[in-house]
Design a protein around this ligand. Structure first.
Ligand code: SF4
Length: 489
């Protein structure tokens, strides 16, 4: 445990005291707070106390986690707020994040409006001094009074008890913050995040919306990332499972993972204006499968049968493609004619595992035809090399990517195989602060479908927990660009 929970009042200190937590009663008001802060030096500290809301919508018993403190010397950002807020929400608490103002005296009546105008959600009497501390700081205020339930009215005591109850419920997350906060560094795997195929697919949808207007239908998730899908939905994209759900004649984008020919036929039958966002590197695998199958080969497709890319590739020659998921399946797979066999791969596999499966197949079928160049794409290969380099030095690795992203899941596996505990997160709200306890070096990477700004957000949050130095660990340069289809070019 490196951090301390600072509670200005005795009652607050009692509410947040749980086994394993260091709780300090720091005293009320600016002067006593400043003295405590000086004594604490650069110790990480999370301030926990009651406070008053200055805006509507924040109710007694709610928690406000400060994203910045608005004090006499101007705003001070508190960067770990999203992590702490997520930990508190997981405890079932109602949490707001936003600026907290600090005042020298109790704030009530019309004075609340003055703070609200400056953007604050809540006000207290100590945070400005805490925010000046040398180490990491976080601030949580449990709301007691609000604009429509001011101080010194009937019900104030009851609301005070409600606020203290929320603080008590918050105590485990405060303890986790204290354990997670310490000096250290972030190791950024590079390359990470968007690849050329994902960039292109997203640009295709954006341009289709501009050129043809909303709605633009997209079959399946354009790329496997919840943030990307939500943003495009806001712009007017409508995501569907099958083209049967699209109105006749509508503009329809086929996702980056590729589709079976049957899907194109169904789209043509409905006279859809089809724009194909299939990544050219996936199209290359489709072409290989068509070439092998047209000469009568059985195609052993190394990949995951339930992945959309594999579903589409199998659709090129349904009777002739057999999906091989692992080395034991490779050892048992039966083919009609061992002299007429070829193999291909899903583009987003773990490089070493896929090679192991391919070598079992090569041993069993020595004349098996192979792709001219490896099917696992450059982006998958580079991201796996980069996470491996980081995992060898990191105490924990956080991989940003959605749960249905194959290449993101592979990054987690590669990191684990190279010695680091690793976790897949959609964004910072899914970080469990317990993973960070004792982790001086935290590795970060992002799957090829995860937006780069999510990496930036996470890096900022970790800086707020003391991992202020950031080292970029670059293993390859990427300058791949794919041309756009003519419908949007
Ligand atoms: S991960 Fe590879 S195959 Fe998939 S979209 Fe990106 S570049 Fe294309």
């Amino acid at each position: 445990m490196t951090g301390v929970v600072c509670a200005p009042m005795h009652l607050e200190a009692a509410a947040v005291r749980v086994p394993g937590a260091r709780v300090l009663h720091t005293g009320m008001g600016p002067r006593r707070t400043a003295e405590s802060v000086e004594r604490l030096g650069d110790t990480p500290l999370v301030v926990a106390g009651i406070g008053g809301a200055v805006t509507d919508g924040v109710r007694p018993g709610d928690l406000v986690v400060a994203t910045e403190i608005d004090g006499p010397d101007g705003p001070v950002p508190l960067k770990s707020a999203p992590l702490l807020a997520a930990g508190l929400r997981r405890l079932g608490l109602t949490v707001h994040t936003g600026p907290v103002a600090s005042s020298d005296s109790l704030v009530d009546g019309t004075e609340r409006g003055r703070f609200a105008e400056r953007g604050a959600l809540a006000v207290d009497m100590e945070s400005a001094q805490f925010a000046a501390a040398a180490g990491p700081v976080a601030v949580v205020r449990a709301i007691v009074d609000t604009p429509d339930r001011p101080l010194w009215r009937p019900g104030t005591v009851r609301r005070g008890i409600t606020g203290l109850r929320s603080l008590r419920m918050a105590a485990p997350a405060l303890r986790e913050w204290c354990a997670a906060a310490e000096k250290g560094e972030v190791l950024l795997a590079s390359p990470r995040s968007f690849c050329a195929g994902v960039d292109r697919a997203i640009e295709i949808v954006e341009r289709a919306l501009e050129r043809y207007g909303a709605p633009v239908y997209v079959r399946r998730q354009i790329v496997h990332n919840a943030h990307v899908v939500r943003r495009l939905e806001k712009l007017g994209a409508v995501f569907v499972q099958e083209v049967s759900e699209v109105p006749a004649g509508a503009t329809t984008v086929l996702a980056a993972h590729g589709v079976a020919p049957a899907v194109r036929q169904a789209a043509a039958a409905k006279a859809l204006r089809v724009i194909d966002a299939t990544c050219p590197l996936v199209t290359k695998v489709h072409n290989e499968v068509r070439r092998y199958s047209s000469r009568g080969d059985t195609v052993l497709l190394i990949g995951h049968a339930d992945h959309e890319e594999v579903e589409g590739t199998v659709g090129e020659a349904p009777g002739q493609v057999i999906v091989v998921e692992d080395a034991s399946a490779a050892a048992q797979v039966r083919v009609a004619d061992p002299e007429k066999v070829a193999y291909a791969m899903q583009t987003t596999l773990a490089v070493d595992e896929a090679e192991e499966i391919a070598s079992v197949l090569r041993e069993r079928f020595p004349v098996m035809a192979a792709p001219r160049r490896d099917d696992i794409c450059y982006a998958t290969t580079n991201r796996q090399r980069a996470v491996r380099a980081v995992a060898e030095h990191a105490d924990v690795v956080l991989v940003i990517g959605s749960a249905n992203s194959s290449n993101s899941k592979r990054l987690v596996e590669v990191a684990r195989r190279h010695g680091a505990p690793a976790h897949l997160i959609d964004d910072v709200s899914e970080v469990d602060m317990r993973w960070l306890a004792g982790a001086r070096r935290i590795g970060i990477t992002a799957g090829a479908s995860a937006p780069p700004q999510l990496v930036e957000e996470l890096t900022q949050c970790l800086a707020g927990l003391g991992r202020t130095s950031v080292r970029d660990s670059q293993v390859a340069d990427e300058d791949v660009r794919f041309t756009l289809p003519r419908e949007v070019g």
